[in-house]
Design a protein around this ligand. Structure first.
Ligand code: UP6
Length: 272
């Protein structure tokens, strides 16, 4: 799968969210997901409108917004239509199946009703996938498991990562891929098994300027992530929105730059 085009891979996906994501990437020629981690709804929406043309996916932390109201979701959905991107709520569910099903469907945010994709920590075991799938699968949503994290000292390694991939394999109608730092196909599988699997890898910890932050984040370049590690989608937050949220022209220019870097790394990968 590593050298196949996004468009080609889309055709073999049975999950509608996975297929839509890969098709969008091919159509818009972008593997950039912008993480819009802002607390003011006005900044949140202005940044999304500015980066919209350059992204395949917007990543939200909906619970960091101040003064949440449902009209923000309506506006987000309008922007997703206008610019042709999907929505990923980075909720990182981590509880028992019964609880995550309620957190996903109900409460203030009703995540399943608007987020095409969400994610979960595999730490509770397969029951978390079962719980989320009971809500998300009928709505044609997709789930990512956090197989690896980008932070220094992360515990997501070794057999933990391998078992995350096994969990995904068992539920591959709903689990469409991973948050990870490298390609995961075939990991932990018996020889000859899992030959046709094609998990989508979304990778945070991407930056061109900094190597990290003061709180353990570690950055690699789009080229390292896409070309050398075989990941599919680069997730960029501060590298795009920067320090001055009112500098919309700067934000747009950086989104364009990351789109270019990510796409040329991909083109080099599929040609290699
Ligand atoms: N994120 C990571 N690393 C992970 C998983 N998720 O950084 O392993 C998320 C963060 C943040 C974004 O919650 O929203 O990706 C990265 O932001 P940054 O580019 O500003 O560092």
């Amino acid at each position: 799968a590593y050298k196949r085009s996004y468009g080609d891979r889309a055709k073999a996906q049975s999950n509608p969210a996975a297929r839509a994501l890969l098709e969008t990437m091919e159509r818009k020629k972008t593997n950039l997901c912008v993480s819009v981690d802002t607390v003011k709804p006005a900044d949140f929406l202005a940044i999304i409108d500015a980066v919209g043309p350059y992204i395949c996916l917007i990543k939200t932390h909906i619970d960091i917004l101040e003064d949440f109201e449902w009209s923000i979701i309506e506006r987000l959905e309008e922007l997703a239509k206008k610019h042709d991107f999907l929505i990923f709520e980075d909720r990182k569910f981590a509880d028992i199946g019964n609880t995550v099903a309620m957190q996903y469907a109900a409460g203030v945010y009703k995540i399943a009703s608007w987020a095409h994709i969400t994610n979960a920590h595999p730490v509770p075991g397969p029951s978390i996938v079962k719980g989320l799938s009971s809500i998300g699968f009928p709505l044609q949503r997709g789930l990512l498991l956090l197989a690896e994290m980008s932070t220094a000292g992360a515990l997501t390694k070794g057999t933990y990562t391998e078992e995350a991939v096994q969990m995904a394999r068992v539920h591959n109608d709903f689990v469409i891929g991973f948050i990870a730092q490298r390609r995961m196909n075939g990991i932990g599988a018996a020889p000859g098994e899992a030959q046709d699997e094609d998990f989508i890898i979304l990778t945070p910890g991407v930056g061109l300027e900094a190597k990290g932050d003061a709180m353990g984040q570690q950055y690699r370049t789009p080229r390292e992530v896409v070309l050398e590690s075989g990941c599919d989608v680069i997730i960029v937050g501060r590298g795009v929105y920067g320090k001055d949220l009112s500098d919309i022209d700067g934000i747009r220019a950086r989104a364009e730059r990351y789109r270019g870097e990510g796409w040329s790394a991909y083109l080099e990968r599929i040609a290699s």
